[in-house]
Structure formats: C-alpha cells, structure tokens
Design a protein around this ligand. Structure first.
Ligand code: BEZ
Ligand code: FE
Length: 327
C-alpha cells in the first residue's frame, strides 16, 4: 500500500490523515482502537476549542499523575477510578445476567499477603471494630452450589485504614484480609468487623482534581470480595452498607443497589453455633457466579447490540474483541 501523503493539514482534515497513516498497522484491533481514540481526542479538542495553555496543563497533570506512581501507589488507576472509567470497563468486560452478582471496582488495596484460612476464620485483629458475622454462599446462575471457590476478602480496620497503609507494615501479619474456600454446599462464613467509610488517597494530583471539581474523596463502608474458580468468570465485587453517608456519592462510583446490604443481628442460636457474641452484627449474602461461556456469549451479544445502536452494522468479534468486519 502506498504511504499516504501527509501535508497541508487543517482542523478539518487532520483526523482522516492520522487515520490514514495509522491504518498501515497489521493488527486489526489496534487499528480500530487507535481510530476511535484519535477520533474522540480530535473531536474533544475541536468541540472545546482547546487552548494551548489548557492542553499543556493537561499534559502537566498527566505527568504529575505518572510521577506519583510507585510500586505501591497507582495514581493512574486512581484517576481511572475517579473518572468512572474503571467501573465502565469492568461492566463492559464482565457483563452479568440479571440473577448474578454484579462486579465493582478492585481498588488498590488487594494484596497476595493473606494465607489460606479455614472457614470460620476471623479476618480482623482490630479490638476496636464492631464484631460482624458473615454467612455467605456461592452458587451458579442455575442455583447449583459451587464448591472450592477461592474467595479473597479484604476490608479496612475500624479507623478506615487497610493494613498496607501503615508505615510499619511488611506483609508478615496481614490484617483485615483472608483467603477462604467454599465447602461442598457452596457455603463460606467468617468473622470480620463492620466496615467503615474511608478516604481514597487524596494527597496527589487526583486529590487536587477532586478538590477543584468540588468533589469529596470518601468511599462508603464496604467489604471487598474476589472469587476465582475454573470455568467461571473471575468476579471482583464488594458489599456496601445501606444508610452509609456516602452510599450515593462514592468517589469511585462503585456502589450498585444489588450490592447494598442491611446488616442484621446475630441470634442467640447463631451466637452459639458460630462462636460469636450474642447481639453481634450479621451480614448474609448469596453470591452468584457466571460461567466463562455465559460471560463470553453475553459480552459478544452486547458488543454487537451496542454497535447496532451506534449505526455500525459491519462489525465482528475476533478473539473476543470487537473489530470492523472487512471480510
Ligand atoms: C478501595 O475500595 O479500596 C478503593 C477503590 C478505588 C480507589 C481507592 C480505593
Ligand atoms: Fe476498599
């Protein structure tokens, strides 16, 4: 293919010229993603009549975001979280049929420090936390219990800090986290503390952005869960407490009504059966996982439906990814 002549570019023809040179790429998905990205970026500049100073301020902001990143601080993910992009990508890539458990943002505080624990373990050593008994099940969309699911759980302490946020933390004594496995009936239970609201890291450029936008950095009280089982779509989710002051203003847009729970109170019989104090708080939840096959089918269907709504009929799914159908 002859190289396109790139010259005399204007506000009105630069986009098609960038597309033309990028279209020499061999990878169909890369070509498509770049074509859409360049289109939206150029339209953004045209629609806002972006000034050079503003564009430079944007570059400086992204540079500061990059400089804030370390092994344990990912400011770019935080930016994606606070702009709603993380939640959006998760919703697209992990579609859920109506009766299944919805996903939500992962956040930066999952670690691989927690060791496998047996069912019934206590995940928090915080003496100031309000005791919480968690009784859960994990099933398929057809209602079959799923055994031996690896379940990663993590939450903050009663002050709203994850173990990794303490300066003297070295991974030896993970707290507020555990890995447990569901039993043959798909049951898993553990002892924790009632989650509390906390602030996302706001001492960097993302925090400054939130402040300029008149936004607060709070996340509502929640407990994170991650489910892994061969043949099932990896589920990253969290449960949120109803009535939390930030229930409908989460800084990272993670709350979904299906994930909001009302805590109960442990009955005297449950206190005896599970070895917790009478009157402790109770969280009960039945998680539903989606198989890889169900997920793949739903993802492809929704992708093609979305393209139809955009008036793009000639699209195909190749290797699980949307590309123009050129055959
Ligand atoms: C969290 O829930 O741990 C979290 C999620 C997104 C950004 C910051 C924290
Ligand atoms: Fe969290």
């Amino acid at each position: 293919m002859p190289k396109p002549v790139i010259k005399d570019l204007t506000i009105d023809n630069i986009t098609e010229n960038v597309h033309s040179i990028n279209s020499q790429a061999d990878d169909a998905r890369l070509k498509y993603v770049m074509e859409r990205l360049v289109t939206h970026m150029h339209d953004f500049a045209r629609e806002t009549r972006l000034s050079t100073d503003e564009w430079m301020a944007g570059i400086e902001f992204l540079t500061a975001v990059g400089k804030k990143c370390t092994d344990v601080r990912q400011e770019f993910i935080l930016l994606s979280d606070t702009l709603g992009l993380s939640l959006l990508v998760d919703s697209i890539d992990h579609p859920k049929p109506p009766a299944s458990t919805e996903g939500t943002v992962l956040g930066p505080y999952h670690t691989h420090d927690a060791q496998d624990q047996t069912i019934g373990t206590g995940i928090s050593a915080d003496p100031d936390g309000t005791p919480l008994l968690c009784l859960c099940t994990v099933k398929s969309t057809s209602g079959q219990p799923i055994s031996d699911v690896k379940i990663d759980i993590w939450e903050t302490d009663s002050k709203g800090s994850y173990d990794v946020q303490y300066e003297d933390y070295n991974g030896d004594k993970p707290d507020g986290r555990a890995v447990i496995r569901s039993d043959a009936d798909g049951v898993f239970w553990f002892k924790a503390i009632v989650p509390v609201p906390y602030q996302i890291p706001d001492d960097g450029p993302v925090g400054e952005m939130l402040e300029k936008l008149g936004r607060h950095p709070w996340r509502p009280s929640h407990m994170h869960f991650m489910f892994e089982k061969e043949g099932f779509d990896h589920l990253i989710t969290a449960l949120y407490l109803r009535g939390d002051p930030y229930e409908s203003s989460d800084a990272v847009f993670g709350v979904k009504e299906s994930l909001v729970v009302d805590l109960g109170t442990v009955t005297p019989e449950q206190a005896k059966q599970y070895g917790v104090k009478e009157g402790a708080k109770l969280l009960e939840y039945d998680f539903v996982l989606v198989t890889d096959d169900e997920t793949r089918k739903l993802r492809d269907e929704r992708a093609l439906e979305a393209m139809k709504r955009l008036g793009r009929e000639h699209m195909a799914i190749k290797g699980g990814l949307l590309v123009p159908d050129v055959d």
